[in-house]
Design a protein around this ligand. Structure first.
Ligand code: PEP
Ligand code: MG
Length: 841
């Protein structure tokens, strides 16, 4: 009857068993049966059958029992669709009763028989009869006496003797497991792990191989790889005279599997069984096309395979496993590419907190730049530099960061700020430098002036105290947990090469400095998609010159400062062009929120006054005069270019002179020049005519011609709407989705961090729109802008250069809109390359 009923099926090579109807464990067991592995006889109960059991309709239990030797013991284990959704615990040794106990005492010894019976009585009492576990707490005896007392306790509590009939026992076990799955708490738990509301549970009834008895008996698990590194290495545990997952229990004196100088191994006590087990595991790897953890039992030296589950593993192990499976010809390179979650690459590209380390979490802020680092707290950039000079790792803790802090950021191993969001200064610079960074840690109290940082639980940290920043999770940790180094090894490179072979959208990097550009090259970016030239002036030596330029009151004064800036800029660009070796380099003309360049503190203003030879009052007055109510919507980007055109003239000249300089050494450089924050066609016309004039002047002065491409950054909703009239003047449109998001939502990119988590928690936004591109709103503007632009200029190059460029979800949108490339921080380039490949496969 069982064979013909798909609801209760004996698992054979051809039985109608599927993951969708009987669960993952049942399906895996069938695969193992097909491989002719020594799997104990198993009957699978389908989701619908288990559901019926929960409702009180029992299948034909006699037919199920008919599949097994009448003297065998049975176990029941859960088989949900996805093993991560959990399920009720396994029940072992069903069928133990007084008579079997006597029989088994003869064959395996009294102690072993008593242990089997006792285990079943306890499990049954607690999980099926639902007795309080402390009923057995007072029973100290084991073996025969423990069994006698436990059976008596069972009788006392239930007023019934312990059930002796195997069928009755099995029915009760099935009923209790089926009902446990339907209970509210189990349902909520699995839904939290992503299971649908109506996820089904299958059950498998399997013949027990006891794992206790005469000869070498026991149980354990084995896998062929190290779960943290993914390197081939037999790992696992084995415990003689044990069942189920006993060998994994804490404090258990389990054996090693392979010969090991540290102690006895399974290979020592049962070499043939070990050899067979290794062979089975290798067969499972190649036929199930996955690294599997093998659950096994040894019975008098013979191996039985009870189950196989995918090895749970770290992100770096996952990459290595996928690549090795493909290199061994077990899966295709495309499959390997598909098996790695792009987000998980962040863990490989950076140091991280060891997955097994204990975490003393002080608070969780916004994970703004991935990676982890431990260091001593410093509260100012000067302290950070002093600390670095002493060779001491430090963490820069600031309320928020400004250009003055960039040198401190360079000196620190990580940054923690109270304010800010994904696109705030600290976050952008941190990602560019590959520096772990947490922003918006607003639950901590930052008293930077008093050199104090107070955690929500009241713990106070001062200068020199050691904390750890986990920029991948946003957790601030006390102390120094164990770390795992970055893993840019051969496996990683191989996976990336396979990904590039599939990808059909370009990936560039946002890079402002030679170091960024080098990182971009190392990660195989196809050029620079955004060089934020204002960032080139954050260097302390240059910041003062920059401020002089901003402060210049007359045109001739400004011209003098610009003449000093020109060679610096030219040298910057020559270096970028050289490093990029003919790859495209897109340089954005100056786009400063000017206030970011001005000193805010009294000391800063005094220092500037000194440098400029002005009275402090003058500096104060100028700072006040230049302060804007809303600097992000003020004199920024092209607005500065239109009102103070000499700045862009200088930059254009530096770019073109550098172009000629760098072209001397190799292939001609074709620079891309980009105008930021455009909202009207006329802005483009004005800037373009001046830049064309500078190009003509440089060409005639040097007697050499060169090409360049002029483009427009689309960062305002109006530029999207009017793309049709902007496109004729431009070779490319690059969408600056940071500002575009800010302006579409009317949401400050620097302040949103303060309430973003509340907004996401309450479902106002599904995700932080500065992190994952808002496909419905901002995405609609991208669509309008790109369609309108290409309508008048079909060959128009389209790209995204906001922080979203590195985000897998956002890349999907750009690809669907036919964009040519995305550009993101260098450290996100590999993530982008992999996600783009997955979209194309
Ligand atoms: C943007 O706005 O998306 C952009 C790339 O420019 P920035 O972040 O420098 O404002
Ligand atoms: Mg911008």
């Amino acid at each position: 009857a069982v064979q013909n009923n798909p609801d209760t099926t004996l698992i054979t090579a051809t039985a109608p068993v599927s993951t969708a109807t009987h669960g993952g464990r049942a399906k895996c067991l069938q695969r193992l049966v097909r491989l002719e592995l020594p799997v104990p006889r198993t009957v699978a109960l389908s989701f619908s059958s288990v559901h019926q059991i929960a409702e009180g309709r029992m299948p034909d239990i006699e037919a199920v029992l008919g599949q097994f030797d009448p003297n065998s013991l049975l176990c029941v284990r859960p088989s949900s669709e996805d093993p991560d959704w959990g399920g009720p615990g396994a029940v072992l040794n069903i069928g133990m009763n007084d008579a079997r106990y006597v029989d088994l005492s003869d064959t395996m010894g009294v102690e072993a028989a008593a242990a089997l019976y006792l285990r079943f009585v306890h499990t049954y009492a607690i999980h099926v009869a639902r007795l309080d576990p402390d009923v057995f707490d007072d029973i100290e005896a084991n073996g025969r006496e423990g069994l006698r007392l436990s059976l008596r306790a069972y009788e006392d509590e239930t007023d019934e003797s312990f059930p002796q009939d195997r069928g009755e026992q099995l029915s009760a076990v099935l009923r209790s497991m089926a009902r446990a799955w339907e209970g509210t708490s189990a349902r909520l738990l699995r839904q939290a792990k992503g299971a649908p509301a109506d996820a089904g549970l299958g059950l498998v009834v399997q013949e027990m191989i006891p794992g206790v008895g005469q000869g070498e008996c026991g149980s354990g698990v084995l896998q062929l790889v190290d779960p943290v590194t993914g390197l081939p290495q037999i790992t696992g545990r084995y415990l003689s005279q044990s069942q189920g997952r006993d060998a994994l229990g804490e404090g258990v004196a389990a054996l090693y599997l392979e010969k090991d100088p540290r102690g006895t191994s399974l290979e020592d006590v049962a070499p043939e069984a070990f050899a067979a087990l290794k062979e089975h595991a290798a067969l499972m790897r190649s036929k199930l096309r996955e690294e599997m953890q093998v659950e096994f039992v040894i019975e008098s030296g013979h191996v039985h395979i009870l189950d196989g589950v995918r090895v749970s593993r770290s992100s770096r192990a996952n990459v290595r496993i996928a690549v090795r499976l493909a290199e061994d010809g077990i899966i295709t390179p495309q499959e390997a590419v598909m098996r790695v979650d792009p987000h998980s690459l962040n863990e490989l590209l950076h140091r991280q907190v060891h997955p097994a380390a204990e975490r003393d979490v002080l608070t969780t802020g916004i994970a703004a730049s991935p990676g982890a680092a431990t260091g001593r707290i410093v509260f100012t950039s000067a302290e950070a530099q002093a600390s670095a000079a002493r060779g001491e790792a430090c963490i820069l803790v600031r309320s928020e960061t400004a250009p003055e802090d960039v040198r401190g950021m360079h000196a620190a191993v990580a940054v923690l700020t109270e304010k800010g969001g994904m696109t705030s200064h600290a976050a952008v610079i941190g990602r560019g430098l590959g520096l772990p960074c947490i922003v918006g840690a607003s639950e901590m109290r930052f008293q930077t002036r008093d050199r104090k940082l107070t955690a929500p639980d009241g713990r106070v940290f001062k200068t020199g105290d050691i904390i750890t920043i986990d920029g991948s999770s946003g957790q601030v940790l006390a102390g120094e947990p164990e770390m795992l180094e970055a893993a840019l090894d051969d496996c990683f490179q191989t996976l990336m090469r396979w990904a590039d072979a599939e990808r059909d959208i370009g990936i560039r990097a946002n890079a402002d400095t030679p170091a960024d550009a080098q990182a971009a090259r190392n990660f195989d970016a196809q050029g620079i998609g955004l060089c934020r030239t204002e960032h080139m002036f954050f260097d302390p030596g240059r910041l003062t010159v920059m401020r002089e330029m901003i402060f210049a009151e007359t045109s001739s004064g400004r011209a003098a400062v610009l003449a000093r800036l020109l060679p610096m800029q030219r040298e910057d660009f020559v270096q970028l062009f050289r490093i990029m070796e003919g790859q495209p380099v897109c340089i954005r003309l100056f786009d400063p929120p000017l206030h970011e360049f001005l000193p805010t503190t009294r000391t800063g203003q005094r220092e500037l006054a000194e440098a400029l030879g002005l009275p402090v009052s003058d500096v104060e007055r100028r700072v006040a005069a230049m302060s804007e109510y809303n600097p992000m919507l003020g004199l920024r980007g092209v607005r500065l270019g239109v009102t103070v055109p000499e700045i862009y003239d200088m930059q254009a000249r530096a770019i073109f002179e550098a172009t000629l300089e760098a072209s001397k050494e190799g292939a001609p450089v074709v620079p891309e020049v980009m105008i930021p924050l455009v909202s009207a066609k006329r802005e483009v016309e004005l800037v373009k005519s001046r830049i064309d004039a500078v190009a003509a002047a440089v060409a005639s002065e040097r007697g050499k011609t060169f090409d360049y491409r002029l483009g427009v950054m689309v960062e305002t909703p109006r530029a999207c709407l009017r793309a049709e009239e902007i496109a004729p003047h431009t070779a490319f449109l690059s969408f600056g989705t940071n500002d575009l998001t800010q302006m579409t939502y009317g949401l400050s990119r620097d302040d949103a961090g303060r309430f973003m988590s509340a907004y996401v928690r309450q479902g106002v936004f599904a995700e932080d729109p500065f992190h994952v591109l808002d496909a419905d709103g901002v995405g609609e503007l991208l669509k309008l802008g790109s369609e309108r632009g290409r309508k008048v200029k079909p060959g128009l190059t389209l790209s995204v250069c906001g922080e979203h460029g590195g985000n897998p979800e956002s890349i999907g949108l750009c690809r669907a809109l036919g964009f040519n490339y995305v550009s993101c921080s260098p450290f996100r380039v590999p993530v982008a390359r992999l996600s783009a490949a997955q979209l194309a496969i």
